[in-house]
Design a binder for this molecule. Structure first.
Ligand SMILES: [Zn+2]
Ligand SMILES: [Zn+2]
Length: 274
């Protein structure tokens, strides 16, 4: 099983970092977690097309995690030779979000149906809301467990534990330490966590920026979660602010102070195999 950080960025546009999105490959399955800015460009670099995805999972409906939902839907539809329904899983509200995205695409769908004789129907998307505790049994023995995370005041938000081939990958998304996060991370081989440098952000002149501290894990909290849950590898992701090139070690220092395992500071297309 492997995990590829397709987009290691945050809401802040960055020339080298696409928006939050992570690919997990297990057996023949390819799962996408979130679909931020530029996801399909990075997926193309990883040699995965929208038409090859087994399913899309959304951790929460913050815009940075969903900006390219429309691109995933449309590109899968156009690139598939036959009907190829996209399964989308997310928190409560995902069905409405899907319906409204499809409604926004109505013009494009109409143009293409009118133009291409071999296209006889619009994109098929099957959206399903998940609740904490749900367990999905997927093809190739993949098991995906859903937990509630804490990104308050954003509700609901989900984290995912992917188990296959005797290994575990935890996709935490945006969350502070909480019970649900611990549950998906327990004994994980790889734990991917959104982090902020709270020491830097606390000094930001903008209140809007300082506000992000209270609903994200900082680097030390990610390290503490990794230690408490006996994780093997911690991937620090979605950094705010991102580390300037060459200073990644400095950005990981607070986690290294409390966690003895391997720590990786993500960049786009970083792939971790377990
Ligand atoms: Zn968020
Ligand atoms: Zn985010």
């Amino acid at each position: 099983m492997d995990v590829t950080i397709l987009g290691s960025g945050s809401p802040l546009p960055h020339p080298e970092r696409a928006g939050p999105s992570t690919l997990v490959r297990a057996g023949g399955q390819k799962y996408l977690f979130d679909c931020g800015r530029g996801v399909l460009m990075r997926a193309a670099a990883a040699k995965v097309g929208a038409q090859n995805l087994s399913a899309l999972f959304i951790t929460h409906m913050h815009s940075d995690h969903t900006t390219d939902f429309n691109d995933v839907i449309t590109t899968r539809w156009v690139m598939s030779g036959e009907p190829n329904p996209l399964r989308v899983f997310g928190p409560e509200g995902i069905e409405t979000f899907t319906d409204r995205t499809l409604a926004a695409l109505e013009h494009d769908i109409g143009y293409r149906l009118a133009h291409h004789e071999d296209m006889t129907e619009g994109p098929r998307v099957v959206a399903r809301a998940l609740t904490p505790g749900d367990v999905l049994s997927e093809a190739d023995g993949v098991r995906i467990t859903v937990a509630a995370t804490d990104h308050s005041p954003v509700h609901p938000t989900l984290g995912f534990r992917i188990e296959a081939e005797g290994k575990v990958i935890a996709i935490a998304g945006d969350t502070v330490p909480c019970e649900g996060l611990d549950a998906i991370c327990q004994d994980a081989d790889v734990y991917v966590q959104t982090v902020i440098r709270s020491d830097i952000i606390a000094k930001a002149p903008s209140l809007r920026m300082r506000d992000v501290i209270d609903y994200h894990s900082d680097v030390a909290q990610a390290g503490e979660t990794a230690r408490r849950c006996n994780v093997k590898r911690l991937v620090l992701n979605h950094f705010v602010p991102p580390p300037p090139p060459g200073r990644e070690e400095e950005w990981a220092a607070d986690a290294r102070a409390c966690f003895d395992g391997e720590i990786l500071v993500s960049h786009d297309l970083m792939t971790i195999t377990c």
